[in-house]
Design a protein around this ligand. Structure first.
Ligand code: NAP
Length: 484
């Protein structure tokens, strides 16, 4: 988001400075370099579309891009468009304060930089404030601890290690099979099971890419008009418009193709619980087929939420991994973690699970976490924490009242969709706003309260048509105690 925003601001002839806390560009794909990290949107759809030359010349190697390849791609973009001179790495923004008299922002960094700016734009992402839960005794563990979202740059060797993983969302589901192949023992601490669909990842032949590239512009345009920004095979049929046999055939066909396309098997899966149950039960049946121990299969089978309403996972060998002798599953729903000890994790049944290494795949303080970590102050010195005390809101994901000339890319109530096109849409909107303000010599762009409230109501109305808001998901902040 930051790279593309910079690219666009230069088109306006503006000077811009980009601050980045990492020692390289890439954001999500810079930090989340855990083994098995891969995007679950297909390579041909997970990239920038703003440059025809870029999208024609870049070659992907696999159906789903792995983290290292996406990071290489992002670095290529930074070089190709000569963006690096305006990016200051290893610098975290600690505060931004709006001065009403001068109509300027003062931005301060952890290096003591203090700069004055007319516009402040946050491209800090929506899944970037990695979160380790507060578990008693955390500091006592003598082994190594890692969070998937803050993975070290040097390789971690799991050979001969007893590894514990807390968390079974997209990150946990990706890392667990890789660990199991290397570690001596893997203990998975699962609070809530998630639905996962096989990726069936494979090399991406050049000829297949050529077919896609021949109509890239048209494909992008079509993708942009879909609800997820991804060209899936969206069914136009309701689940009960076909009989049981045909329904099962459709699910089998989608399972065999792999990926999140599965949840678009019928057009009411996200809106009708009974329709959703048919898809959920199909996946639970697959889990029973794949996992040999029926008790483990039952524990791995989600029943608490409608399929797709906590972000669907896409995996390689996830369920099969639980058939291995060196992998065990501890359901911490029934038997919660009571403390972390010097040697491992103790559960309430009194068992101490001894570990050499503990991995937190526990997700992020999403939506507003990356804003509330900064000291952001708008009109009247009001902090973002005060402003969002009830709930984080915005207008279209890009602006919030009381914070003039501050824009967000993928802010609260912004698009929940394929990230690269969502970023481009948001950046283009900010570009248009700044361009219009400059053309009109308007010193300030600000959304008014009424407009922002209207957008919040629209988002709530749309969510109420779906099953999403009934799930305890990070999408609504439910993963942080007291946040929802
Ligand atoms: P996540 O979906 O929020 O999953 C966090 C996991 O940690 C959940 O299983 C959660 O259990 C568990 N957890 C959290 N706090 C806990 C606690 N105190 N005790 C025990 N368990 C706890 O995070 P994520 O897996 O990092 O994924 C976040 C999002 O990033 C995804 O939904 C996706 O949008 C994106 N992502 C995408 C990919 C990809 O493209 N393949 C890969 C990784 C991430 P509960 O469910 O009970 O809260």
């Amino acid at each position: 988001a930051g790279l593309y925003m910079l690219y666009r601001l230069r088109q306006l002839g503006m000077t811009a400075r980009v601050y980045e806390s990492g020692d390289g560009v890439g954001g999500t794909w810079y930090w989340n370099r855990y083994p098995g990290a891969r995007c679950d949107v297909e390579s041909m759809q997970y990239s920038y579309s703003f440059s025809e030359e870029l999208q024609q010349e870049w070659e992907w190697t696999e159906r789903y891009p792995k983290q290292a390849e996406i990071l290489t791609y992002i670095n290529h973009v930074a070089d190709r468009f000569d963006l690096r001179p305006d990016i200051q790495l290893e610098t975290r923004v600690v505060s931004a304060t709006y001065d009403e008299a001068s109509q300027r922002w003062t931005v301060e960094t952890d290096h003591g930089d203090k700069v004055c700016a007319q516009y402040v734009i946050s491209a800090a992402g929506c899944l970037s404030a990695a979160r380790v839960p507060e578990i008693p005794g955390l500091e006592n563990f003598t082994g190594k601890q890692y969070h998937t979202g803050h993975w070290p740059h040097e390789p971690v060797d799991f050979t001969g290690q007893r590894v514990g993983v807390i968390g079974t969302g997209s990150s946990g589901i990706q890392i667990i099979p890789v660990l199991a192949r290397q570690a001596k023992a893997v203990t998975v601490f699962q609070r809530t099971p998630n639905f996962s669909i096989p990726a069936w990842n494979r090399p991406l032949p050049r000829e297949d890419q050529q077919v896609w590239k021949a109509q890239y512009a048209e494909n992008r345009e079509r993708a942009r008009s879909t609800r997820s920004g991804i060209l899936y095979d969206y069914s136009q049929r309701a689940a009960f418009a076909v009989d049981e046999t045909e329904r099962q055939q459709e699910y089998e066909r989608r399972w065999a193709r792999g990926g999140a396309n599965f949840t678009h098997s019928f057009n009411d899966i996200y809106s009708d619980r009974q329709a959703n149950d048919t898809a959920a039960e199909f996946v639970r049946g697959k889990i029973r087929d794949l996992v040999k121990n029926p008790t483990v299969a039952a524990l791995l089978s989600p029943t608490d939420h409608a399929i797709g309403t906590k972000r669907i996972c896409v995996d390689t060998d996830y369920y099969e991994t639980f058939n291995r002798d060196n992998v065990s599953l501890v359901s911490i729903k029934e038997n919660p973690i009571s403390e972390i000890t010097t040697r491992g994790v103790r559960t309430e049944d009194g068992v101490e699970h001894e570990l050499d290494l503990l991995i937190f795949a526990t997700g992020f303080d999403t939506v507003d976490g990356q804003y509330t970590r900064m000291d952001l102050r708008g009109r009247g010195g009001r902090t973002i924490q005060e402003h969002w005390a009830e709930a984080p809101t915005s207008y279209l994901g890009v602006a919030t009242t009381g914070f003039p000339n501050m824009f967000m890319i993928l802010g609260p109530n912004g698009p929940f969709a394929n990230i690269p096109p969502a970023i481009e849409v948001q950046v283009d909107l900010v570009f248009d706003l700044v361009k219009a303000a400059e053309a009109a010599s308007a010193p300030v762009v600000e959304v008014n309260r009424e407009t922002e409230d209207g957008w919040t109501a629209t988002c709530q109305m749309i969510a109420s048509y779906t099953l999403f808001d009934r799930a305890e998901s990070w999408i609504f902040g439910a993963n942080i105690p007291g946040k929802r």
